[in-house]
Unconditional design. Structure first.
Length: 278
């Protein structure tokens, strides 16, 4: 409530918008990310309101930056983005930007797996529930910013895109939550950006898994590994090797399954890379 009151106060004390405030890209698809940048005088405080999220801007190369997630279920429309900036003299500027979200039609993928992996038994369901709660709690963490830029975790091409609707043994399941890379077993996997390992474990669905916290609510998840080369608490730089490609967990063959979570939303990893020119 205190944060909401502060934001309302700033909106009521607005002055003309600053031209150095930009969105890149200005048009995105559902399930993607856009970058909000401020280039100008140093700020003492910056905050944005987008849909139901309050998102802070953080210092970046003489300006400030924030990553805005567009959820997979967001409908096609133009959405307002309200931004309040306070300079070091205490002057407040409020801007309203428009972000156009398009609804991207994604293909359907048919997969065949052992029936016990599609319809787990009671013991497995209990394990899945515990692991799901553990991950959900991890994704609520809000650490200081570690990330600077982003690089591909492997060099191989994409074999399955983010957001595909999936049929497992003919049964509809949740959309594909990440991006799959067609990498041979044993291929070294590199960290997407700077961060800290917050989970290194063997999970039911994703097998040997590493979760890296990049700060500000941004996480990357590396799944189905054959070998994990880091421990929880390990600090990584962009490009550091954290494991090797495998086919553990619910998998039909060797590949890297990469998931990105931003403020608890599933985001297309390729869209994040594209937003930073990778």
């Amino acid at each position: 409530m205190r944060l909401q009151f502060m934001l309302i106060f700033l909106l009521l004390t607005s002055t003309p918008a600053w031209s150095e405030l930009t969105l890149h890209p200005e048009q995105v698809n559902n399930g993607e990310v856009t970058v909000l940048r401020w280039q100008g005088e140093p700020l003492s405080f910056g905050v944005a309101r987008f849909m139901d999220d309050v998102i802070y801007l953080y210092p970046d190369n003489g300006g400030a930056i924030a990553l805005l997630p567009i959820g997979l279920d967001v409908a096609e429309a133009d959405y307002p983005l309200h931004v309040a900036l306070v300079d070091r003299q205490g002057q407040t500027t409020v801007s309203e930007l428009q972000l156009h979200v398009s609804h991207k039609q994604r293909p359907v993928e048919h997969l065949t797996l052992p029936q016990n992996m599609v319809t787990p038994d009671a013991e497995s369901l209990a394990r899945i529930d515990r692991e799901s709660k553990q991950l959900k709690e991890l994704f609520t963490l809000r650490s200081p910013r570690f990330w600077t830029h982003f690089e591909r975790p492997v060099d191989e091409e994409v074999s399955s895109i983010f957001g595909k609707r999936r049929l497992l043994n003919g049964e509809p399941k949740s959309p594909h939550s990440g991006t799959d890379f067609r990498s041979p077993a044993g291929t070294p996997i590199r960290s997407l950006s700077n961060g800290r390992v917050v989970l290194a474990a063997d999970l039911f669905y994703t097998g040997k898994t590493v979760v890296v916290d990049h700060g500000e609510g941004l996480f990357s998840v590396y799944a189905h590994l054959s070998e994990v080369l880091v421990n929880e608490g390990h600090e990584l730089l962009v490009g550091d090797v954290l494991g090797k490609v495998g086919s553990t967990g619910r998998s039909t063959g060797a590949h890297l399954h990469l998931t990105v979570r931003l403020l608890e939303e599933r985001i297309d990893p390729l869209a994040l890379l594209a937003a930073f020119g990778e």
